[in-house]
Design a protein around this ligand. Structure first.
Ligand SMILES: *[C@@H]1O[C@H](CO)[C@@H](O)[C@H](O)[C@H]1NC(C)=O
Ligand SMILES: *[C@@H]1O[C@H](CO)[C@@H](O)[C@H](O)[C@H]1NC(C)=O
Ligand SMILES: *[C@@H]1O[C@H](CO)[C@@H](O)[C@H](O)[C@H]1NC(C)=O
Ligand SMILES: *[C@@H]1O[C@H](CO)[C@@H](O)[C@H](O)[C@H]1NC(C)=O
Length: 350
């Protein structure tokens, strides 16, 4: 988590003056830089699983849905020749988690008489609940419920990477179609390490992050420039391109300032100096492009970025995208050939 150290921006503020203006900012999920992922289901307790029902056998109960167990068998005894309704399994993470994708398998190829049970879920949809909310919401894309395409056999790991971070405390999986019986194992890929750009604003709620902490709310600021501090940003490359998304952002040096904190050994205590990034202008898709060239000593190291956007009453800053934000894969369905080495690969990445 980023430190909340106080950073003086006096130098950057020289040519900017504060104007009392309402700035409405939408929160977008893409601003967090995830630098490590972990599987979540495998570590939750038995009591955190619930389901609409299950087969009576003790080894195919909801908590058997972990990837290293047999699978959960929904209380459904049709032979998967029609669409399934009202069958679900739920996990409660006990607090909000940022989720990057879901992995599903069919019934494990082990246990007594295992060759008899060729069972898997071929498609499903997801509903989620944000902590302290009572309203279940479907995972949607372009306004329609996403029907995830899952398994075509019982043993392969199928990843469905989300197109946006899913922030949720509870998630329910509803099998929609199946083969044999609706039996599945599942796993969520969660953010384990990340850096988040924080808005520094006198009148903004403290600790407000430009990150999907509540995907359905817009935040308001009543002062510009919008000041953002991004601590712990990391990249393995010697330059990084940031794209500022928003509205009415004049993409020039007079209105947009991005500085990288210098590792300054000769500086006085409390003095912070910045290397400025190049403001490159607005791209075809309307985003303000910023190019930051890192010093050799900064490559692969956590660095602190300070960002300011000045403007007028129409100016909104909605998100900061970075080409250093890696994801677990392109959104959509992928077959994972080697599950343990996939987990190893995504544990620490930036
Ligand atoms: C989610 O979508 C499914 C399928 O379209 C629908 O049956 C269900 O009622 C929706 N749930 C919510 C909470 O809107
Ligand atoms: C949503 O819209 C985008 C852009 O138009 C498109 O690329 C994507 O395939 C759509 N997704 C779905 C599930 O329709
Ligand atoms: C940055 O890295 C690229 C290759 O990754 C290299 O070609 C280039 O010389 C480097 N630039 C500097 C200034 O080190
Ligand atoms: C700052 O620079 C010094 C000397 O160049 C180096 O030893 C030190 O590790 C650097 N610190 C950080 C946080 O990069």
């Amino acid at each position: 988590m980023p430190a909340s150290n106080h950073v003086s921006t006096a130098k950057l503020l020289l040519t900017l003056h504060l104007i009392n203006i309402l700035v409405i900012t939408e929160v977008s999920s893409s601003s967090c830089q995830c630098i490590g992922y972990e599987p979540l289901i495998v570590n939750v307790q038995t009591s955190q699983f619930t389901a609409s029902g299950s087969h009576v056998d003790v080894d195919i109960q909801p908590w058997c849905s972990k990837s290293n167990m047999l699978g959960w068998h929904g209380d459904y005894f049709g032979v998967c020749d029609k669409l399934i309704y009202g069958v679900w399994i739920e996990v409660d993470f006990l607090e909000n988690q940022m989720l990057a994708g879901i992995v599903t398998w069919g019934r494990a190829t082990k246990g007594l008489y295992w060759p008899r049970y060729d069972q898997f879920v071929t498609s499903f949809h997801l509903e989620f609940l944000v902590d302290k909310s009572t309203e279940w919401t479907n995972v949607t894309e372009n306004g329609t419920t996403v029907i995830f395409t899952a398994s075509t056999n019982r043993h392969e790991a199928i990843l469905n990477a989300f197109s946006e971070i899913l922030l949720a405390r509870k998630v329910r999986l509803y099998p929609f179609t199946c083969s044999g019986r609706p039996t599945l194992r599942w796993e969520f890929i969660g953010y384990s390490k990340y850096s988040i750009p924080f808005v520094k604003q006198r009148f903004a709620p403290p600790g407000l992050a430009l990150c999907g902490l509540d995907p359905r709310k817009c935040f308001r600021w009543n002062r510009i420039p919008v000041r953002v501090q991004w601590s712990g940003f990391r990249t393995r490359k010697n330059e990084t391109r940031l794209s500022l998304r928003g509205r009415s952002i004049a993409c020039d040096r007079r209105h947009v300032t991005v500085g990288m904190e210098k590792n300054c050994t000769q500086c006085a205590a409390n003095e912070i100096r910045y290397d400025l990034c190049a403001i490159e202008g607005t791209s075809e898709n309307g985003q303000c492009q910023v190019l930051c060239r890192l010093r050799e000593s900064q490559v692969g190291q956590p660095i602190n970025l300070m960002l300011m956007v000045n403007g007028d009453e129409d100016t909104e800053l909605c998100a900061i995208d970075s080409d250093a934000s890696l994801t677990i894969g392109t959104p959509g369905r992928t077959l994972i050939h080697d599950w343990p080495s996939f987990l190893e690969k995504i544990r620490d990445m930036y």
